[in-house]
Write a protein that binds this ligand. Structure first.
Ligand code: PHE
Length: 348
């Protein structure tokens, strides 16, 4: 082998390595590979062909050097291919990413739905009063939803005209909960007292959507069970949370009502946020807006869950989160909540 040949091989390696390592994308890399050693017209191929006319000894030595060089160049090309493939993938992922927090001109930033915001505001108020946040399943047993809540067989709420039943287990035994009250039963079943809990969640009723009803809506339930809990505690708690959400000037009142799982029972109302109690369209001229139901936990509910009503007493209340949201923001129609119109959602 001549010094010229050795130098030429070294030069070829330096140039080809630089070209392969410097390739900016996969297409350029392939082009560099061809130019360096794959194409028949490459300098590498020419040197290989030239061996044919050489002496056997030289053919052997130079041939081996060229084969080793090809191996090294292939390794360099492979390494560069791996780098470029990873970079291309990272770039694709970057392009596909949706940054919902960045506000572009003329676009909206992503944010929590109004109902979620109001739910969290309510949770904050109750956490501030020392309550735990509890949850229960949206698919519930008829036993927790009705029997354990002292709701008799012939109660209208049990009709399949009002409640969605699920085709599971015994007929009419499993349903989409029409209120969050069955979670009262779950909390009592835990057997740990006292209880200070609020339960937000989705609820279902066979209602035709209109300005004040949605078939899928949200409630929040409160359950307090302790020694010596009174009706005055119930009234004070309702008063406190309503003023925290709607402002200090808001008043509340109770009106007698009937719920099978509370005794005595009441509906609670707040002074109209629009007119302050004067009477306007929002409150149909009466100055008060009904929020939900409440009462002292019925002894039958304690008995169904093994709690001694001689030792423990409690109150419960429940109301619609969606309605609180429209009231708090003066929205005329509940249906906008589920229409996904950004002109509405973007205001909150
Ligand atoms: N669950 C009742 C309803 O959905 C409200 C309620 C809850 C009443 C707790 C009393 C006590 O109408």
């Amino acid at each position: 082998m001549t010094t010229d040949q050795a130098e030429e091989i070294a030069l070829l390696e330096a140039e080809a390595t630089a070209a392969l390592e410097g390739a900016l994308d996969l297409a350029a890399l392939e082009e560099s590979e061809r130019a360096a050693f794959r194409s028949k017209r490459s300098r590498f191929a020419e040197m290989y062909q030239a061996l044919g006319s050489k002496e056997p000894e030289e053919r052997r030595v130079v041939g081996r050097l060229l084969n080793e060089l090809r191996g090294r160049l292939e390794a360099v090309a492979e390494a560069r291919r791996a780098e470029l493939t990873a970079a291309a993938r990272a770039e694709r992922l970057g392009a596909d990413r949706l940054d919902l927090t960045e506000v572009l001109p003329g676009r909206l930033a992503g944010h929590l739905h109004l109902v979620t915001q109001v739910r969290e505001a309510l949770e904050d108020v109750f956490i501030g009063m020392g309550y735990e946040i509890a949850e229960g399943p949206e698919v519930e047993t008829g036993w927790r939803n009705f029997e354990a809540l002292n709701i008799p067989e012939d109660h209208p709420a049990r009709s399949p005209l009002d409640t969605f039943y699920v085709d599971f287990g015994k007929p009419w035994s499993v349903l989409l909960r029409p209120h969050t009250s069955p979670v009262q039963i779950r909390l009592l079943e835990r057997g740990t007292l006292p209880i200070y809990a609020v339960v937000p969640g989705r609820t279902y009723r066979k209602d035709t959507p209109d300005s004040t009803h949605l078939p899928v809506f949200h409630q929040i339930e409160a359950l307090v069970v302790d020694r010596g809990v009174t009706f005055a505690d119930l009234k004070g708690t309702i008063d406190t949370f309503v003023r925290a959400i709607f402002g200090e000037g808001t008043r509340t009142r109770l009106r007698p009502a009937y719920f099978p799982f509370t005794e005595p029972s009441a509906e609670f109302e707040m002074s109209c946020v629009i007119c302050g109690g004067e009477g306007c369209r929002t409150c149909s001229g009466v100055g008060w807006i009904e929020l939900g139901g409440c009462g002292m936990v019925h002894p039958a509910v304690f008995e169904a869950t093994g709690v001694d009503p001689e030792q423990w007493s409690g109150f419960a209340f429940g109301f619609g989160i969606d309605r609180i949201a429209i009231m708090r923001h003066g929205i005329a129609d509940l249906r906008v909540m589920i229409e996904n119109d950004v002109r509405f959602l973007g205001q909150f």
